[in-house]
Design a protein around this ligand. Structure first.
Ligand code: ACO
Length: 703
């Protein structure tokens, strides 16, 4: 990737003298941005563009061409790629549209295969180009004027990316790189992130993603990059498309966006709600020092705005310094009698610029106060122009020491001051929530950067061969799902504890089974023709004695035959009645974007209403399993409420890891879930009450 970001020479194939054409704009931006390498405009007509000689063909170029930007119509692209191959070009930046995005997949593949055959990599097609600050290359057809800096933007959306160029300039946000990935035919986010992780100019990466291709690789890369740089993502499409088609709870709960959200968190990536929020964060990350701790101090001249900021701190996870005697002492000199040093440190409406300065000095003098949130409400007593000067000097004095953010509230003069200070790169906001949000985001990213290395992946002893045999037998019958006893066999090969169960062919066997297991028992119909057993009246619970087993057996047979008169009944399964515990659900599936994914959540009949679940990319380490269990809203139930004992969270985590390992190793399983997984008191383990498994039959689909 090095040569893509630092090319010695760049050819623009399809360069034009017509200022209305993209091929002209790209050359113009390259010239205007002051690209330090050689520019080779290519056009059969020859001539000159902005002082650069136009070559009639690439073959005429004498120097090295590390990058060729292609801006010729789609049908000319394959020939141009062949010319690039002949010239020994390293990277192709294919601006042209009209490939896989409109269904022209074959031609896109053709381009990539010619390129790969000649050792070239392809960026695009369907992109607006690339910007690289290190060689001052703006090879885009954007509006120009990109400021060099430390934020790298990778964007899938062309139009939004171009608009971001203007916005970064307007917000004085400096970029180290800007890359449009378009159709991602070859180079994708993972390739670029791998490069940017090592790029000394890049401190922050901002990703705009619409859809994830090859998510498993992206997850691996992101986990690596977030240990080195701040990574922020904006993803469009929060809707749960695709969930409807899913055949299991795990599937229907796995709204594409929830999975994305959880997996980004797993990777240590911060997801912004909006472009503005993302810009606020990356701008702050680009300059702010990492906090040495998490105790912040709010300095304000208004009680109300201080309370708002306190609420915002709670929302964004910003902890407030709370040693009251030290606070009282630290601010004693500046505090009027009716003020408060109780963090928010309220200097009251009569505070002067000097009071502010001395308060911030006090915060920065103490090593145990790690960040400052300075708030100001416009008052008639205060000279605003003087305040701007003070704020600027305070910021410059401390910007490399501790994170500091400002929120100012007032009229037109205030608004103008905010704009002015922001244009100088000072983190000033017109809203306390925005100010605290950037600090909270910095804390979260800093926690990830400081995290110890990922824990080792534990490999469980899973009998994969036996599992594959069960799948093979069911597949041979043309089924993409397992019957209960088959699923139980898989569960046992997976090392899960299930209730005791005996398959009985007739009434006598059922009675004997119940007596062997011990009352109370549960009885369930076993029939390939009945998938939804409860709907068919095929389940009877809590059978206390022989008579109840006999009655239930007959009732089950009657109602199942009524439900499906031609159903073939193989018998009934007599199962130990499981004592109750905390009902959870553990699932695993092949996610269309991220591949193997595991799920943990609160189970039971309200699972789909509560949607209290969390997802992680599999396989799952012990730490991730614990963390995903701890992230559901109902987690306190597992910790034990109202004097109950703590539950066996370790045993539940073990099940999550086992399912994660199976779904990652056995790709033919498309969906599986244990629902409910009863979690008992600490030391008493868990029980997998029901297990469902869907899989791909050879050459066919899952049920
Ligand atoms: N080698 C060199 N030059 C060539 C070749 C060739 N093989 N073939 C044609 N040319 C010349 C043409 O003669 C023309 O030069 P001229 O202006 O001197 O006549 C120039 O290359 C461009 O060719 P045109 O046929 O004029 O094509 P045009 O510039 O109109 O369009 C383009 C080409 C821009 C690639 C178009 O096909 C396209 O794909 N547009 C969409 C681009 C886009 O939006 N990408 C996504 C960005 S992100 C977003 O959504 C904003």
């Amino acid at each position: 990737m090095g040569r893509l970001f630092n090319p010695r020479g760049v050819a623009v194939v399809g360069a034009s003298t017509n200022p209305g054409k993209i091929g002209y704009r790209i050359v113009e931006n390259m010239v205007k941005s002051g690209y330090i390498g050689q520019i080779y405009p290519i056009n059969p007509k020859g001539g000159e563009i902005l002082g650069w000689t136009v070559h009639r063909s690439l073959a005429d170029v004498q120097g090295d061409v590390d990058v060729a930007v292609l801006s010729v119509p789609a049908n000319h692209v394959p020939a141009a790629v062949a010319d690039c191959a002949a010239k020994g070009v390293g990277h192709l930046v294919v601006v042209t549209s009209g490939f896989s995005e409109i269904g022209n997949i074959a031609q896109e593949k053709e381009i990539v295969s010619i390129a790969h055959a000649h050792g070239m990599r392809v960026l695009g097609p369907n992109i607006f180009g690339i910007y690289s600050a290190s060689c001052r290359l703006d090879a885009t057809f954007g509006p120009g004027g990109i400021l060099p800096g430390h934020v790298a933007i990778i964007t899938q959306s062309g139009a939004l990316g171009i608009a971001m160029i203007g916005k970064t300039a307007a917000e004085s946000l400096g970029l180290s790189a800007l890359i449009s990935v378009g159709n991602k035919s070859d180079i994708d986010e993972a390739d670029l992130l791998t490069y940017l992780a090592e790029d000394p100019e890049t401190r922050v990466v901002l990703l705009y993603i619409e859809g994830v291709k090859n998510g498993e690789r992206l997850v691996r890369t992101l986990r690596h990059v977030t240990k080195r740089k701040h990574v922020v993502v904006i993803k469009s499409g929060r809707s749960a498309r695709g969930a409807m088609a899913a055949a299991s709870h795990t599937g229907s709960l796995a709204g594409a966006d929830d999975v994305f959200d959880d997996i980004m968190r797993q990777c240590g990536v911060l997801r912004a709600e909006s472009v503005q929020e993302a810009f606020n964060w990356v701008r702050f990350f680009a300059t702010a020092p990492l906090p040495s701790g998490e105790d912040a101090v709010i300095v304000t001249n208004g009680g109300g705005i201080g309370v708002l900021a306190t609420d915002a701190c709670e929302k964004y996870g910003v902890r407030l310094y709370d040693n009251q005697p030290i606070l009282a002492n630290a601010f004693a000199e500046v505090m009027p009698e009716f003020g408060s040093s109780k963090n928010p440190v309220d200097l009251t409406g009569q505070a002067t610029s000097e009071d502010y300065a001395r308060s911030l000095d006090a915060v920065f003098a103490r090593a145990d106060m790690h960040a400052a949130v300075a708030l100001y409400c416009e008052t008639a007593l205060f000279d605003t122009s003087q305040f701007a000067t003070l704020l600027r000097s305070m910021y410059r004095k401390y910007e490399s020491t501790k994170p500091i953010v400002f929120a100012l509230f007032g009229g037109a003069r205030m608004e103008a001051m905010i704009r002015e200070l922001r244009s100088e790169g000072i983190p000033v906001f017109g809203d306390v929530y925005e100010a605290v949000s950037v600090l909270g985001a910095l804390y979260r990213s800093a926690r990830r950067l400081a995290e110890e290395d990922d824990d080792e992946q534990t490999t469980h002893d899973i009998d994969l061969e036996r599992i594959r045999q069960v799948l093979g037998r069911a597949g041979a019958e043309g089924r993409g799902f397992l019957l209960a006893y088959e699923a139980a066999e898989v569960a046992s090969a997976l090392g899960l504890r299930m209730p005791r169960s005996i398959l009985s062919r007739d009434l006598d066997e059922a009675v004997r089974a119940a007596e062997t297991i011990g009352y109370p028992v549960v009885m369930k119909i076993v029939s390939k023709d009945i998938v939804h057993k409860s709907d068919a009246g095929g389940v009877a619970l809590d059978l206390e004695d022989r008579d109840e087993v006999v009655d239930a057996y007959q009732a089950i047979m009657r109602s199942c035959l009524r439900y499906k008169p031609d159903a073939v009944m193989e018998g009934v399964e007599v199962v130990e009645m499981v004592r109750s515990g905390v009902e959870t659900i553990v699932g695993a599936r092949q996610d269309p974007s991220f591949g193997p994914v595991a799920m943990f959540g609160l189970g039971g009949i309200y699972v789909e209403v509560m949607k209290d679940v969390s997802f992680r990319a599999a396989p799952i380490t012990a730490r991730v399993a614990r963390e995903m269990i701890g992230s559901i809203r109902s987690y306190p139930l597992l910790l034990g409420v109202r004097g109950e004992r703590r539950k066996d969270i370790g045993a539940a985590a073990d099940v999550v890891m086992r399912l994660g390992q199976l779904i990652a190793e056995c790709r033919e399983i498309t969906d599986m879930e244990v629902n409910p997984l009863m979690v008992y008191d600490y030391g008493e383990g868990v029980k997998a009450v029901d297990v469902r498994i869907l899989f791909h039959t050879q050459g066919g689909d899952a049920a």
